[in-house]
Design a protein around this ligand. Sequence first.
Ligand code: ZN
Ligand code: ZN
Length: 270
Amino acid sequence: MDKQAPGPRVFANRFADAVGPGEISAGIDRCSCFDQGRVQSSGKGVRFHSERQDTSAPGWMHMLALIEKAAADGREVFKPLAEMSPQERRQVITLPPSIGKLTAVKHLVLYRSNLVRLPAEIGAMASLEVFEPYTSHRLHWFPYELTRCKNLRASTVSTRSIFGNFKYRPPFPVLRQGPLPSGGLDPGIWGADSISSCSVCGGPVTAWGVRQAWLSVRVATDVLPLLVNACSEACVEALPEGAERHVRVPHSGGRGVVQPEAGYSPRPSS
Ligand SMILES: [Zn+2]
Ligand SMILES: [Zn+2]
């Protein structure tokens, strides 16, 4: 008969990069914003996710600590979710602004996250080369500030999960323009709970408010729907042309936007 090993049993976290199906589903919530498997029936609009980050949740606290640690040791690969329990991963629906401190990180892995949005500060990750939010099926758009990551050369984004994707052409949420309401923003309406600077020029957002715009452009490997929070019409006019096979100009979302035909699916019969 084998003797019981002395001391506490230690389970190495060797499956952190390949968690089993049960563990995966425990770490994410379902999303029904739009059908991610076929062309939308016409007339159905979409909205932004309205969830707010619970900043007292253990998962959020753990994320903050992991970012501080990574900023201090200057690592080049950052895979925070692999170090968190499924419960903790589920509690993280955005990243903190401090992600912008990770200026040495070249490879950001957010595989199978429960994220619904990313902060503009991700654009400060100056060394970022590889961005992997793959199978984050609730992450439907990205901040325009991601285009500031000039070294970005590879990405793995789940195409069918993003607004305006060429496969199924889900619609875009309606955007706003004008002064920002006092007392904070409703992320279900504005896409974020705060907007402080212009996505294009980096200048402050003044009393005039913001002009929001969608623009689908190629970022690394993928064409991504990017949300622009511009300080002025001039900054919207300064935007580049949109990607081929997508709406080529900045637009405000909603049902009035005419997208190119869906690429890989029969058109809906009704
Ligand atoms: Zn969603
Ligand atoms: Zn501006």
